[in-house]
Design a protein around this ligand. Structure first.
Ligand SMILES: NC(=O)c1ccc[n+]([C@@H]2O[C@H](COP(=O)([O-])OP(=O)(O)OC[C@H]3O[C@@H](n4cnc5c(N)ncnc54)[C@H](O)[C@@H]3O)[C@@H](O)[C@H]2O)c1
Length: 330
């Protein structure tokens, strides 16, 4: 387990990114001493408080990874190639960052490790409320990546390496985040919420893939990192068999509804443009509905996280953009 009392010094890989920087803040507030390893490919120094030690380096670089882990009691491994646009154009690299870095990390680091996998491991299934024991195969995951090796297979094989380490007694917890959203997320790589906010602020049409009736569950990053700390502090979350956990809001919102909320909060007249998904990402299919079964998360936390609704998420994003004086969603 990871608590400020038992494991006071922690490394966050990918800590300068969107979720990572929120996690770093929450860890500092909980009394941890935090170090970050990030290559700043999508992360930013400005996302972190000045007091945080940042090592700029690649998790695929053995020396950088081992150096960053020196003296640490625990690791949150969040570095990854994220966002459809980025993961689609760097499929192999995205796979390697997930799998090779995890293999190496679990090979030399003995302390507890939290891994950021993804709901992408559920592939293209349209089963709503998908639970952790949903049957997953390499083939089902590869379909998500357009029948190629890519982001989703990387996360699935990352989980495989984790479970092998767990079988040898290593303390590893695997998170399967669903759509995490909030301030500091960038729209550059295809994330829908910051993209819609950016387009609405510019008065441009919001581009909807397919009919917009597909649904996602958007979870505020603040609630998300709070749940991560709660899970990490509970010894039960590390027990083999329940150490793989869906984490995300379980209230679905259609993309059309998201567009409506963004238009309302930005205060702009809504213009929508509909584009077939296959035109944007040739050879790939979109997931129609993606929703977590949150029973394990709630049982381990001893409560249901209270996820803010979409309007509050969008208001927080807008407030952050105004406070920062720049458009960080671009
Ligand atoms: N945001 C979501 O909805 C979501 C959903 C499922 C899973 N996840 C996972 O959560 C983690 C964090 O995602 P995020 O949304 O904060 O994205 P992000 O792009 O903001 O964060 C990823 C961070 O990793 C860093 N990074 C990338 N490659 C690296 C490398 N080779 N070496 C060192 N640093 C590297 C980037 O610079 C960035 O700071 C990722 O592992 C992602 O796959 C996120």
């Amino acid at each position: 387990m990871i608590t400020a009392a038992s494991t006071p010094r922690v490394l966050v890989t990918g800590g300068a990114g969107f979720i990572g920087s929120w996690l770093v803040e929450a860890l500092l507030a909980a009394g941890f001493s935090v170090r970050v390893l990030d290559d700043l490919s999508t992360g930013r120094r400005e996302n972190l408080p000045d007091s945080v030690e940042l090592i700029v380096g690649d998790v695929l670089d053995a020396e950088a990874l081992e150096g960053a882990c020196a003296g640490m009691d625990g690791v949150f491994h969040l570095a990854g190639v994220v966002g459809m646009r980025l993961a689609h154009t760097h499929k192999n690299y995205s796979y390697r960052v997930a799998v090779e870095s995890t293999e190496r990390l679990l090979g030399f680091f003995d302390g507890p490790v939290v891994l950021a996998s993804s709901s992408a491991v559920y592939g293209l299934t349209d089963d709503t409320a998908v639970a952790e024991d949903f049957p997953i195969t390499d083939d089902s995951v590869r379909r998500y990546d357009g029948d190629e090796v890519g982001y989703a297979l990387g996360k699935w094989h990352m989980e495989d390496r984790a479970l092998r380490a767990v079988a040898k007694g290593h303390k590893v917890m695997v998170l399967r985040p669903f759509n995490v959203v909030g301030p500091r997320q960038t729209g550059t790589y295809g994330m829908v919420v910051p993209t819609f906010v950016k387009l609405a602020l510019a008065g441009a049409p919001l581009v909807i893939h397919d009919d917009g009736l597909q649904t996602r569950c958007f979870g505020h990053v603040r609630t998300f990192v709070d749940a991560v700390l709660g899970l990490a502090a509970n010894p039960a979350s590390w027990v083999p068999g329940q150490n793989v956990v869906n984490i995300g809001n379980d209230q679905p919102v259609s993309i059309l509804e998201l567009a409506r909320v963004v238009g309302e909060e930005v205060g702009t007249e809504l213009h929508l443009e509909f584009v077939p998904y296959g035109e944007v990402f040739p050879g790939r299919r979109d997931v129609r509905d993606r929703r977590p079964d949150s029973r394990r998360l709630e049982q381990l936390l001893g409560r249901a996280p209270s996820w803010p609704d979409m309007s509050e998420v969008v208001r927080d994003i807008l407030a952050d953009l105004r406070a920062s004086g720049e458009d960080r969603s671009l």
